[in-house]
Design a binder for this molecule. Structure first.
Ligand code: NAP
Ligand code: HSE
Length: 326
C-alpha cells in the first residue's frame, strides 16, 4: 500500500488535536483511501516538553529544514501560529513541491495572495479549513459545494474565546477576566489573547472568508474592527431588557456590487439565528442567490474540533494525491 508522509509544524492544541483525530480514525481512512499516513517529523519550540508516549521522541525536531527540505515528506501541515516564520516555512515547503495545510489564519490573512499564488506556481495543494470557524467545514462548503452561487451576505460568529466570554457574562454574570482565563485554559485563546478580544482574530478570519466567498481579498488591517473589551455588564443587561443578546459579529454584505464589511459587537434580537449560538460555538449565516439562506454551526475552537478540520484537509490531500476519492 502507498504511504503518504507528513511533516507537522507545531504540536500544541491544533497539531496535537489533529494527531489525535487522525489516530482515532486511522483504520477507517486507511481502508477507505487505500493509502497509509506516516508522520515523519514534528517541529516544536523545545524538546524538553513531555509529549505523547506513542510518539518516538526522535520524531520531534527544532529544525524546520528537517521537514521542509526532506524529499520524503509529501505534506507539510502548519499549526505553529504567528505570521512569521510560519509564512516563510509554508512558502519554502511549496517551493520544495510539498502540499501545505494550515490552521494559521493570521499568516493566511496577511499573506493570502503570495501563499495562494505560490501554491499555484509550484502546482501544489494549499488547504486552510481550520483557519475559519474551527470544526465547521465552511471553507470547503463555499469553495466546493456552493460554487454555483453568488453570495449576497455572510455573517458570522467566528471566535470561540469571545463567544465563550460573552455567553458566560450574559448567562451567569461572571466577570470578564475570570472567563478569559478559563477560555485560555481550555485551549480556545490565541497565544496573545489580545487578538481574540480586540477582534483581530475575527478580522483575519473574515478576510479569508471574503476572499473565498466574494473573490475579494481585503487585508485584515483594512477591515473596520471593534472587539469586546468595551462591552460592559451594563451593556449586556440593557440588551437583555430589550430582548437582545450581544455577539461579536463579522459581517460582509454585497450592496449592489459594493462589498461592505466590519467586525463589531452587535445586540441581536433574541430570535436572530446567531443569538442562540453559545460558548465556544461558532456559526456562519449566509445568503447565496441560488441556495438562499444557510446556517452552519459548530465548535469554533479547541483541540479536537479544530483537529477535525485540520486532519480532514490532510486526508483530502491524501485522497487527491493517490488515494481513492470516495
Ligand atoms: P499552541 O497550542 O501554542 O501550539 C503551537 C505549537 O507550535 C507548539 O507545539 C509550539 O512548540 C510550536 N511552535 C510555535 N512557534 C514555533 C517556532 N517558532 N518554531 C518551532 N515550533 C514552534 O497553538 P495552537 O492553539 O495549536 O494554535 C496554532 C495555530 O492554529 C495558530 O495559528 C492558531 O491561530 C490556529 N488555531 C488555533 C485554534 C485553537 O482552538 N487553539 C483553532 C483554530 C486555529 P512547543 O510545543 O515546543 O511550545
Ligand atoms: N482563538 C481562536 C478562537 C481559535 O477563540 O476562536 C480558533 O480559531
Amino acid at each position: 500500500m502507498k504511504t503518504i508522509t507528513l511533516g507537522l509544524l507545531g504540536f500544541g492544541t491544533v497539531g496535537g488535536g489533529a494527531y489525535e483525530a487522525l489516530r482515532m480514525t486511522e483504520e477507517q481512512f486507511t481502508k477507505k483511501l487505500g493509502v497509509k499516513l506516516k508522520v515523519k517529523k514534528i517541529l516544536v519550540n523545545t524538546l524538553k516538553k513531555k509529549r505523547r508516549d506513542d510518539i518516538d521522541p526522535s520524531v520531534f525536531t527544532t529544525n524546520a529544514k528537517d521537514i521542509i527540505a526532506d524529499p520524503d515528506i509529501d505534506i507539510v501541515a502548519e499549526a505553529m501560529g504567528g505570521i512569521e516564520p510560519a509564512t516563510a516555512y509554508m512558502l519554502e515547503a511549496m517551493r520544495y513541491g510539498k502540499h501545505v495545510v494550515t490552521a494559521n489564519k493570521a499568516a493566511v490573512a496577511h499573506n493570502f495572495e503570495i501563499l495562494t499564488k505560490t501554491a499555484e506556481r509550484y502546482g501544489v495543494l494549499f488547504r486552510m479549513e481550520a483557519c475559519v470557524a474551527g470544526g465547521i467545514p465552511i471553507l470547503n462548503a463555499i469553495t466546493q459545494v456552493l460554487q454555483a452561487n453568488k453570495f449576497e451576505e455572510v455573517l458570522g460568529i467566528l471566535n470561540g474565546t469571545t463567544n465563550y466570554i460573552l455567553t458566560q457574562m450574559t448567562k451567569y454574570g461572571l466577570p470578564y477576566e475570570e472567563v478569559l482565563k478559563d477560555a485560555q485554559e481550555k485551549g480556545f485563546a490565541e497565544a496573545d489573547p489580545t487578538d481574540d478580544v480586540e477582534g483581530i482574530d475575527v478580522a483575519n478570519k473574515l478576510s479569508i472568508l471574503m476572499a473565498l466567498s466574494f473573490g475579494k481579498y481585503v487585508h485584515p488591517t483594512e477591515i473596520p474592527r471593534e472587539g469586546i473589551t468595551g462591552v460592559t455588564m451594563e451593556d449586556i443587561e440593557k440588551a437583555k431588557a430589550e430582548g437582545k443578546t450581544i455577539k461579536l459579529i463579522a459581517s460582509a454584505v454585497d450592496n449592489n456590487g459594493e462589498l461592505e464589511y466590519s467586525v463589531k459587537p452587535v445586540a441581536l434580537p433574541n430570535d436572530h439565528p446567531l443569538a442562540a449560538v453559545s460558548n465556544e460555538y461558532n456559526a456562519v449565516f449566509l445568503k447565496g442567490n441560488a441556495v438562499g439562506e444557510l446556517m452552519f454551526q459548530g465548535k469554533g475552537a479547541g483541540a479536537l474540533p479544530t483537529g477535525s478540520a485540520f486532519g480532514g484537509d490532510i486526508l483530502n490531500i491524501m485522497a487527491l494525491s493517490g488515494g481513492k476519492m470516495l
